[in-house]
Design a protein around this ligand. Structure first.
Ligand code: PNS
Length: 159
């Protein structure tokens, strides 16, 4: 069974994340989407909300499972679920500089490889934090996040 893990905070999930998960699902028998629980970081959405949104948005894909994780190393989750690789999208050099040390460290610790997938060029500007900021000040992010996520974001910002 070929299995990979796609990790992230997904606060909230964007079309960039979904593009990587969809492409990973074509390559692997199972994609485990690992949603980070970081109690030190106050996100816009709670862990159960983030898990719920990404579960809804990946329901139509076969072989995708969403799991929360936190308080331990990502590679330990990989070993537990039997994943040979971590798959991450790369939008550009900044992402690469951030991801490279983690990829090297993860392989050194366990042998779990990290595979980088070039991000879809039309989505290269999409990050959760940018989406939240643009939406907060009334900018248009339609076409960059799923419609249901856009509605949740607008609802949250109106509170
Ligand atoms: O969406 P993000 O915030 O870029 O995701 C970062 C993530 C979850 C991939 C990274 O923070 C992570 O792997 N955290 C788990 C703890 C861990 O294993 N840290 C050591 C990495 S070498």
């Amino acid at each position: 069974m070929r299995r990979c893990v796609c990790p992230g905070s997904f606060d909230p999930v964007t079309l960039g994340h979904l593009d990587v998960i969809t492409r990973a699902a074509r390559l692997y028998d199972e994609v485990v989407v690992a949603v980070l629980d970081n109690p030190n970081k106050q996100g816009m959405f709670t862990l159960p909300e983030r898990v719920e949104m990404i579960t809804q948005e990946t329901e139509h894909l076969s072989g995708v499972r969403v799991v929360p994780f936190g308080g331990r190393l990502l590679v330990d989750l990989c070993l537990e679920v039997g994943a040979q690789a971590i798959v991450k999208g790369l939008r550009g050099e900044v992402d690469y500089s951030y991801e490279l040390p983690m990829a090297v460290m993860n392989r050194r610790m366990t042998g779990v490889e990290t595979l980088f997938m070039p991000g879809e060029p039309g989505l290269s500007e999409v990050s959760s934090s940018l989406m939240k900021e643009v939406a907060r000040f009334g900018g248009d992010i339609s076409g960059l996040v799923p419609e249901r996520v856009l509605a949740r974001l607008q609802e949250r910002l109106a509170q």
